[in-house]
Design a binder for this molecule. Structure first.
Ligand code: GLV
Ligand code: MN
Ligand code: MN
Ligand code: MN
Length: 414
């Protein structure tokens, strides 16, 4: 039986077809997906996933944060399950693979076992985590975060989008505010398959990334206050213009980040000017800032650089600068045994691979607080993600899913 299981392979065509069918929900004219968390499109994607899982013989539970767990029983029904999964929500201009691949790779593992009549000792579960992206509701990874105990359920339910709609109300509206407590349970091992979202595997012509951890992330809302005035009559030297302060801060901080280390990252992903009129100097500008580094000391260095630069710019421009930290996700090291399970699976399958740290955040970060975890990366074209042009090779997706299958069988036992 053991040998048979080691020779099991997933069906790459079935996986690809499912990815393409899911990609029709929220499809954008430019070839990407807009299926933001808890929208009607997210509901449709969830419904499709739930239907597919039931057809594959799984039982479904939905917890109070809307996280969906699809369970395939094991020979030992009380044994802690081996879980896998990711997210179905996308960026507003997202691709077809970010998150979705990890969910449908999990489903493909279950379909493969069903097709070949293979029973595992421990149960298997495929999980869809709510609002991983953090695009509609901040912060990112909040479904797994509440579940793992990082945030309270009240905090999770109370998060608002830009129009003031809350996660709790939107879960209710789309019918995914479940009854099961959003809290951890004993888990034997957790794996998440994902596209790399960066260029390393493609550049090095490796097929699999064995992921050893995730770099740290800090999110800030930086507000620059100014004095609104008329764009025409007001001389330049008489203005308290928050945009000038913002541009100075950005220029200085980009310089510091680049000079500090090749691994440091700074992104200004959203800018909002108020009142937002072309011929009025804004009263305030709010910058959504994302800083990242793989080491805690590096992330702390960037944090301090932001405070220092803000003080200097405030003094130089007279514009008051307020920094509010929105989210802090420290660097994470994954579990050695789970990393080994992925590594052995890749080696037995004979795929090219390397170890790597994830530059992007993933639900596995919070899952790793309460369970042994590791991740499996596959290349994406040009390293492009959070972009409608995101794409991945069917053959790479298939190989990543074979690694997932073998790693899950390794931990679940047969
Ligand atoms: C979280 O998903 C991130 O990497 O931004
Ligand atoms: Mn993702
Ligand atoms: Mn993403
Ligand atoms: Mn992510």
């Amino acid at each position: 039986m053991k040998n048979t299981a080691q020779n099991l392979r997933i069906d790459g065509t079935r996986l690809w077809d499912s990815l393409m069918e899911m990609a029709r929900i929220g499809a954008t004219p430019a070839g990407g997906c807009n299926r933001q968390a808890l929208t009607d499109e997210d509901r449709e994607g969830r419904d499709l996933f739930v239907r597919w899982c039931r057809e594959a013989g799984c039982e479904i539970r939905v917890d109070r944060m809307g996280n969906i767990f699809a369970r395939r029983p094991g020979l030992e029904s009380d044994a802690p399950p081996v879980i896998t999964g990711s997210h179905l929500d996308t960026q507003p201009t997202g691709g077809k693979f970010d998150g979705v691949y990890g969910v449908l790779a999990g489903l493909e593992v279950i379909r493969t076992l069903e097709q070949h009549g293979v029973q595992t000792r421990a149960p298997l579960e495929v999980v869809v985590w709510t609002n991983e992206e953090g695009a509609r509701f901040s912060p990112a990874m909040i479904g797994s975060g509440v579940w793992a105990g990082e945030f309270s359920l009240e905090y999770g339910h109370g998060r608002e989008d830009k129009s003031g709609r809350t996660i709790g109300a939107e879960l209710e509206r789309i019918g995914y505010r479940g009854e099961v407590p959003a809290e951890p349970f004993p888990i034997a091992a957790a794996f998440e398959a994902h596209i790399e979202q960066g260029p390393i595997l493609e550049k090095e012509e490796q097929v699999i990334g064995v992921v050893t951890g995730v770099q740290g992330i800090r999110w800030y809302d930086v507000t620059f206050h100014g004095t609104p005035c008329h764009a025409g009559p007001t001389p330049m030297e008489d203005r308290r213009d928050p945009v000038q302060a913002l541009s100075r801060l950005c220029e200085r901080l980009y310089g510091e980040v680049k000079a500090y280390s090749e691994e440091a990252r700074m992104t200004c992903g959203d800018l909002r000017a108020e009142p937002g009129s072309r011929n009025t100097v804004p009263e305030k500008v709010v910058l959504a800032l994302d800083l990242r580094h793989p080491e805690p000391e590096g992330l702390e260095h960037l944090h301090r650089a932001l405070q220092r630069v803000a003080e200097e710019v405030q003094e130089a421009t007279g514009s008051t600068i307020e920094i509010r930290e929105e989210w802090h996700s420290p660097p994470v090291a994954f579990d050695p045994q789970c990393i080994d399970a992925v590594n052995s699976a890749v080696e037995n399958l004979g795929y090219s691979h390397r170890k790597m740290v994830s530059g992007a955040g993933h639900d596995s970060v919070y899952v790793s607080r309460v369970a042994p975890v590791s991740m499996i990366f596959v290349p994406c074209a040009g390293g492009l993600s959070h972009n409608e042009a995101e794409s991945a090779e069917p053959g790479h997706l298939e190989k990543g899913c074979n690694v997932l299958l073998q790693a899950m069988l390794d931990r679940a036992g047969i």
